[in-house]
Design a protein around this ligand. Structure first.
Ligand code: HPA
Length: 273
């Protein structure tokens, strides 16, 4: 079966379980699953029940798809995403985006935990991603192109929707919330960066670095969805080459602490869409 057929088959399977027709899809990153609590849930489907879906293997990633309403809008949320470092192929990592496309979703919201290189950033701050640098070793659109899914050479002049970023900045101002905008460098992990790598990433123009988001954004743009993504800065990699040791537990803790801010921002954004 082609990717087109597989994604439509999964969409049909999911639509048997819910009456929600999601306009917006939201993927929640490490420690950021709390947004689920603000959704009026219609159906919850564990990844293990979804045909063709990989299982998520990381602690802090629950692994279920939730359909419901958020701020009056019909949404689908993924608690737990798939990462390249887990061993999944680019096709597996981005398959959920194709399912959203098949469901007719036009907007994708992503969240993630990241390391901050920008000297103005502090642990717990939020950053709307304005642009990214793709450092993954494999491109998610590599291979024969299916014109039913998107064009061969997608434009990337505006990967993250400028109107949505401006709306988020307005909301942040109203909520008295600090929201940076900056560049996200996406690479595989699972190691955090060495001091020299943080310096290198900062010099190439990245404000933060993380292990996700870029493949999903690329496929969503191929699918002509609008994308909005926010990062929670969970640790700092200094441009002066100073890096404190860091653990996954600390990343989760910092992400959990910032989760309510992120939930308020995303809820208000969905409300105004
Ligand atoms: N680097 C890469 N990924 C991350 C980091 C980091 O410092 N923090 C959270 N995810």
């Amino acid at each position: 079966m082609s990717l087109y057929e597989r994604s439509h088959a999964v969409a049909a399977f999911l639509q048997e379980k819910t009456k929600i027709k999601p306009q917006v899809a939201i993927i929640l990153g490490s420690g950021l699953g709390g947004l689920i609590d603000t959704v009026k849930i219609d159906a919850e489907i564990p990844y293990t029940d979804i045909p063709d879906f990989p299982k998520s293997t990381v602690e802090g990633h629950e692994g279920k798809m939730v359909f419901g309403t958020l701020a009056g809008k019909q949404v689908v949320m993924m608690a737990g995403r798939f990462h390249y470092y887990e061993g999944y192929s680019m096709g597996q990592i981005t398959f959920p985006i194709r399912v959203f496309q098949a469901l007719g979703t036009d907007t994708l919201i992503l969240s993630n935990a990241c390391g901050g290189m920008n000297a103005k950033y502090k642990i717990g701050d939020l950053m709307a991603i304005a642009d990214h640098i793709n450092l993954f070793p494999e491109h998610p659109l590599r291979g024969a192109n299916d014109d039913r899914l998107g064009i061969r050479f997608p434009d990337m002049s505006e990967p993250y929707d400028k109107k949505l970023i401006q709306m988020a900045l307005n909301i942040a101002k109203e909520q008295g919330l600090l929201l940076h905008t900056g560049v996200y460098a996406g690479l595989t992990g699972p190691t955090f960066e060495t001091p020299a790598e943080y310096v290198w990433l900062a010099r190439m123009g990245a404000d933060v670095v993380g292990m996700s988001t870029v493949p999903e954004t690329i496929v969503a743009r191929h699918a002509q969805m609008r994308v909005f993504a926010t990062s929670v800065i969970t640790d700092l990699g200094g441009i002066d080459g100073h890096v404190e040791p860091i653990t996954h537990e600390e990343v989760l803790e910092a992400a959990n602490a910032a989760a309510p801010k992120l939930a308020a921002l995303v809820t208000a954004l969905v409300e105004r869409m």
